[in-house]
Design a protein around this ligand. Structure first.
Ligand SMILES: [Zn+2]
Length: 331
């Protein structure tokens, strides 16, 4: 079986591995069609730093077809499925509460264990969500992690109320989906990004205002209800608590390289700034974001579509253009 692998030297390669498959009664055998890499979780720097046993198979989101499954489930061979990438026990209190992405025994495929950039895989049936041809395969492959996490954030914002939303570090796969979800609901979206990205955001998305990081103080005068910060793996943004002391504070912290971040905790405590960590989404979020994709609302920014053996180009793209789009791998 061919697979894209983070090798012992922390670089990406594609080669044949021999694997034996044993399918249990509650599992399905899947042929992967597209795997999508999101630079927020697949940046080369992460693999260098993370304590993870290598080599391991990359890829946390994918779409494919079921090849084999038991007859006593609602899924059938030939069904097109999106992989829900958090493996969970389905028994612990968090799983029972519908927070399967926070399962005490759980993990994210392709992040801490072998992932989805491979020809086939056996997965629990509960990790598969059937999708129709209404969602193109290329888009479907970006929903398992990127789309569902964006929906999770969006749903939190909607629940809290407010109309003026600022997205800090907006040009990345999750930020793009978040802009599309918020503007489809009639929210005022203000993006804050690196100077080079400002014009692109204005030209391509339905946003009310695009501000560069150098003008971030303007935010203070804009009556923001919620500010969201999407942290990228290199922590390319320096921020202080004054940015966070806006009315209604929601901060999304990616947990991957948290040790690198310098956060003024005492300042956060003094101002009673609320921090909400976001490290994923439930199957409910995935299904909801699929509904938005069906309606044509979610359009990913795809940096390129590659074959598995084009791993040199994929790696280069991940390094050079990190955080601003998805990279698709046709399996
Ligand atoms: Zn659990």
């Amino acid at each position: 079986m061919k697979a894209c692998i983070i090798d012992l030297d922390s670089k990406l390669r594609c080669y044949d591995i021999s694997v034996g498959y044993k399918r249990e009664i509650n599992e399905a055998f899947i042929e992967i069609i597209y795997c999508s890499l999101n630079p927020l979780i697949n940046h080369p720097e992460i693999y260098k730093n993370r304590k993870i046993e290598k080599p391991f198979i990359i890829g946390s989101e994918a779409v494919g077809y079921i090849k084999e499954v038991n007859e006593n489930t609602s899924l059938r061979a030939g069904d097109r499925v999106i992989v829900y990438p958090w493996i969970f026990c389905n028994l612990c209190p968090r799983c029972i509460a519908g927070l399967e992405y926070l399962c005490e025994l759980g993990f994210l495929l392709g992040c801490f264990r072998d992932g989805l950039c491979r020809e086939h895989i056996v997965l629990p049936i509960r990790n598969l969500v059937k999708t129709s041809s209404e969602i193109p395969l290329e888009i479907a492959s970006t929903l398992g992690f990127t789309g569902s996490t964006a929906y999770h954030i969006y749903n939190t914002i909607i629940t809290r109320g407010g109309r003026n939303i600022a997205i800090l570090n907006a040009l990345n796969p999750i930020g793009i989906y978040l802009i599309q979800l918020l503007s489809s609901s009639g929210m005022n979206v203000i993006t804050v990004s690196h100077e080079r990205d400002t014009e692109y955001l204005i030209n391509h998305y339905d946003i009310d205002r695009a501000i560069s990081f150098s003008d971030i103080n303007v935010l203070e005068s804009l009556n923001i209800d919620t500010a969201i910060l999407i942290v990228d793996p290199l922590c390319n943004i320096s921020f202080n608590t004054s940015i966070l002391s806006l009315k209604g504070r929601l901060v999304i912290l990616d947990v991957l390289n948290l040790s690198k971040y310098k956060i003024d905790l005492s300042g956060i405590c003094k101002k009673e700034i609320e921090i909400i960590g976001c490290r994923g989404s439930s199957r409910y979020d995935l299904i909801q974001c699929m509904n938005y994709a069906k309606r044509g609302i979610l359009k990913p920014r795809i940096l390129g579509i590659y074959g598995m053996y084009e791993y040199h180009d994929i790696w280069k793209l991940l390094t050079e253009n990190y955080t601003n789009g998805s990279i698709l791998i046709k399996i």
